[in-house]
Design a protein around this ligand. Structure first.
Ligand SMILES: [Zn+2]
Length: 168
């Protein structure tokens, strides 16, 4: 962990693959070395232009050989697909062994529930219809487990960089 100081200072560079999906964080000097040797390109967060100019501040690089960490694999794709994957395509309501066909808002949207990782579970059509616009408590249903949010640090940082980039 000799790159730890680099990371904790918020200096780590995010490496994205060809499709701009964040793959991992790399220490700044590693990023510079990769660009200098032609293995990576600097990605401008504002314009999304790629270049090999090492003079400015480097936040993102395109690193075609980057291997996806488990976290980024899990977080790829749309939120509903990610929730399905997290829940292994199984209905998350207790006593039900059906394959999930739908995504349920645990606290329904009509009761102020959010479309967020922690409020979404994979759910079969039957349970979803039974539950309707009610909370599990109101419907007398229980979840098999509390839905967890994955460590989303990498993606949060990536989004921050893009946001800052387009604001500048
Ligand atoms: Zn079910």
């Amino acid at each position: 962990m000799k790159d730890k100081a680099d990371r904790s200072a918020g200096n780590a560079v995010i490496a994205v693959d060809r499709n701009y999906v964040p793959m991992m964080e790399v220490a700044r000097r590693k990023a510079i070395r990769a660009v200098a040797s032609g293995r990576a390109m600097v990605l401008d967060p504002a314009s999304l232009d790629r270049h090999d100019n090492l003079k400015g501040r480097i936040l993102l690089i395109i690193f075609p050989h980057a291997r996806a960490c488990a976290e980024s694999k899990l977080l790829m794709g749309r939120l509903d697909r990610r929730v399905m994957r997290r829940d292994h395509y199984q209905c998350q309501y207790e006593g039900c062994h059906n394959r999930a066909d739908t995504i349920d808002h645990i606290i329904p949207l009509c009761q102020g529930g959010r479309t967020a990782w922690q409020n979404l579970v994979a759910c079969c059509l039957l349970c979803n219809q039974t539950k309707g616009g009610r909370t599990p408590e109101q419907a007398g249903m229980r979840l098999k487990k509390v839905p967890e949010a994955p460590r989303a640090h990498l993606f949060r940082r990536f989004e921050e960089i893009l946001k800052d980039g387009s604001a500048a």
